[in-house]
Design a protein around this ligand. Structure first.
Ligand SMILES: NC(=O)c1ccc[n+]([C@@H]2O[C@H](COP(=O)([O-])OP(=O)(O)OC[C@H]3O[C@@H](n4cnc5c(N)ncnc54)[C@H](O)[C@@H]3O)[C@@H](O)[C@H]2O)c1
Ligand SMILES: O[C@H]1[C@H](O)[C@@H](O)[C@H](O)[C@@H](O)[C@H]1O
Length: 338
């Protein structure tokens, strides 16, 4: 294969961004077909992709088009499973946005199908593994001079959320990023996780518990305290402080000038995830393309996506039990050992 000819399934917000990214900033890949259950949405996406782009409303038809040799899935999480399984059945590499799917049971079906195919075909869009700041922190941890990490203090704050955002989504849609990236960062695995509900913000819509505090402990005993706070009202504020034996490492934020003005010292906070992680998405998709052209996958595997969902299910269970819940994965199959 010398070029990926992609069918993109799910032409919403991030789907359209990935089309623009692939057509204009990524080498070695072109979107040749787009698919959305709403034909008008697919047609609008085809306009972005350019003349000659095929338009589908059925993912099986798009994925099995003989001109298509790779797939990008950008439907909402609860609709990821079917197009991913269709891509695996067709033997075509597939990049899916996070989460792999919304439940661990569905993720297991994908893992089983990929192992049965005998080929590594699935990459999950946990883009923080490609973020420059997280990579700089990882290099410092791996260097060893800071000693072992012991405590991680993280925030995942957003300006606000839509009315259909649920209490469980604080885990499955939002904290899922930290659930994936932190074990990669500190070379460890989750052991048990707990969700604690502080006083709910008056800005949270009816029925939503926000903020939430997630306490997550790894197998070697490192403890993470994660604040998920999606109605903070002041911007998209991602922080990660790693307290090690000999020092403390702070995730660098994208650089904005610090200004002194009107008796204040201040720095801008990014408005949203699109702007905060813009560069990471480009690096991530290019890395997927480069790997897929060689018959490989990079970044997060289907197994990583499955483990993230098992962890998310445990945290969601803790939202009601209030107790620490064990994360039980059964061990990495040889197929996924790196
Ligand atoms: N990595 C990130 O930071 C990041 C950011 C935003 C969204 N996401 C993820 O991207 C995915 C999409 O999010 P979004 O905000 O773009 O959603 P969206 O609702 O804007 O778009 C989803 C689109 O998929 C279409 N669709 C639904 N079911 C379909 C099916 N079976 N076949 C074809 N099309 C179908 C819908 O009609 C819609 O146009 C989600 O999994 C989300 O978690 C990731
Ligand atoms: O909490 C949001 C995350 O910070 C983003 O990166 C996206 O994944 C979005 O879907 C989530 O709702």
């Amino acid at each position: 294969m010398d070029e990926l000819k992609i069918a993109l399934v799910g032409c919403g917000m991030i789907g359209k961004q990935h089309i623009d990214r692939i057509q204009n900033r990524i080498k070695g890949a072109t979107v040749v077909a787009v698919c959305d259950v709403f034909e008008a949405g697919a047609k609008a996406a085809a306009e972005i992709a350019g003349p000659g782009t095929k338009v589908y409303t059925d993912s099986a038809e798009a994925i099995n088009d003989p001109d298509v040799n790779a797939v990008v899935v950008t439907t909402p999480g609860q609709f990821h499973k079917i197009p991913i399984l269709q891509a695996i059945a067709a033997g075509k590499p597939v990049f899916t946005e996070k989460p792999l799917t919304n439940t661990a049971a569905e993720c297991k079906e994908i893992v089983d199908a990929e192992m049965a195919s005998g080929k590594h075909l699935v990459q999950v869009g946990f883009m923080r593994r490609y973020d420059r700041g997280y990579n700089q922190v990882k290099e410092l941890i791996d260097d060893g001079k800071f000693g072992a990490p012991m405590i991680l203090k993280c925030t995942h704050r957003a300006d606000g959320v839509a009315e259909d955002y649920t209490t469980a989504m604080a885990v499955t849609d939002t904290a899922i990023h930290e659930i994936d990236v932190l074990p990669w960062l500190i070379n460890d695995e989750w052991d048990e996780v707990q969700c604690i509900m502080p006083k709910t913000s008056s800005k949270a819509h009816a029925g939503l518990k926000d903020p939430q505090v997630m306490i997550m402990k790894t197998k070697t005993g490192i403890v993470t305290m994660l604040e998920v706070n999606v109605n903070c009202g002041f911007g998209y504020d991602i922080n990660c402080e790693v307290v090690c034996e000999n020092g403390v490492i702070n995730l660098p934020c994208p650089s904005f000038p610090t200004v002194r003005f009107a008796n204040n010292v201040s720095t801008k906070i990014e408005d949203n995830w699109i702007l905060r992680f813009m560069d990471s998405y480009d690096v991530e998709i290019q890395d997927w393309v480069d790997h897929a052209l060689k018959g490989e996958t990079g970044g997060s595997s289907a197994w990583d996506g499955y483990v993230a969902s098992i962890t998310a299910d445990a945290l969601v269970a803790s939202q009601t039990s209030g107790k620490a819940e064990k994360v039980v994965t059964g061990g990495t199959p040889d197929f996924y050992k790196k």
